[in-house]
Design a protein around this ligand. Structure first.
Ligand code: DHB
Ligand code: FE
Length: 289
């Protein structure tokens, strides 16, 4: 059977993608941002997932105000990088595990999570930047080392789903993946955040303390953390900080007991705090030893 062994939480700051694409990662501003992903890239080689279930948000690239699905599952054979105004990122096309994605769609809907099925979709920095930081430089003629099943969550247009809903969706995703017959190693990503506000009077807001307690509680108090109300994200982590609800989907898909194997936190990258964590199911860690 397919099995989820680990979860990755990761910011998606678009400027990180630009820094990689224009090869300026060695500049002093960027060095501390990328240093924190060196251990992650080694970890990815070792974890070597067959499939990444990648929870992310679209930024008006695939969707606009004409259609706002709360949860949209990528069921197309592949997903091309979107043109976000300066041409598509020069990274590989994302290839799906289409059979598993269809199984997940069926399982979720019959489990009463009525997600939208996307049979055509382009993916923006919300999905490609986490892949880039975790796998390192890959050009358009390369392939991502894993197949990727994307789940787009609306956190751009009010109302976003609650953290609790996201956490429970994570549990349902686990049931879906772990009822898929093929023996596959799956890693789930929750992306976006951390604290940041891009607009209006509080633009530039960063809250290190809040970010730190979010990362701490993700391991030890995931259910309590998932009950955080929207207004707290807006107040403490800024308007765009609400992207953090997507991390609860990842956490909900893991065991109650996880081990934090890596953490990286750095300010600033563009207008945001960069946050990153790797959690392994403790049971799977012990079994692998
Ligand atoms: C920035 C951050 C984001 O999460 C995003 O989607 C767009 C821009 C920024 O820091 O500039
Ligand atoms: Fe964003």
């Amino acid at each position: 059977m397919a099995h989820i062994t680990a979860g990755v939480g990761c910011s998606h700051v678009p400027a990180i993608g630009v820094a990689m694409d224009t090869q300026i990662t060695e500049q002093p501003y960027w060095v501390p941002v990328f240093e924190g992903f060196e251990a992650s890239r080694d970890w990815m080689k070792k974890a070597n997932p067959d499939v990444i279930f990648l929870v992310y948000n679209d930024h008006c690239s695939a969707f606009d105000a004409s259609c706002i699905p709360t949860f949209a599952l990528g069921c197309a054979p592949e997903f091309k990088p979107a043109d976000e105004g300066w041409g598509p990122r020069p990274v590989p096309v994302v290839k799906n595990h289409q059979k598993m994605a269809s199984h997940i769609a069926q399982s979720l809907i019959l489990d009463e999570f009525d997600i939208t099925i996307m049979n055509e979709m382009e993916v923006d920095h919300g999905l490609t930047v986490p892949l880039s930081v975790m796998y390192g430089d890959k050009g358009p003629d390369d392939e991502w080392p894993a197949l990727v099943i994307p789940l787009a969550v609306n956190v751009v247009q009010y109302p976003a789903p609650t953290g609790n809903r996201c956490f429970n969706l994570g549990r349902a995703i686990r049931r879906a993946i772990e009822s898929y017959e093929e023996d596959l190693n799956v890693v789930i990503f929750g992306t976006g955040g951390m604290s940041h506000q891009l607009q209006y009077k509080r633009a530039g807001l960063i809250n290190r303390e809040w970010d730190k307690q979010f990362l701490d509680r993700l391991t030890l108090d995931p259910v309590g953390l998932s009950k955080t109300p929207h207004v707290e994200y807006l107040r403490e982590a800024g308007l765009e900080g609400v992207e953090m609800v997507m991390w609860h989907v990842m956490r909900g898909a893991l065991d109650e007991e996880v081990t934090e194997v890596h953490r990286h936190y750095h300010v600033p990258a563009s207008n945001t705090a960069v946050g990153h964590i790797i959690l392994e199911n403790t049971k799977d860690r012990i079994a692998a030893e």
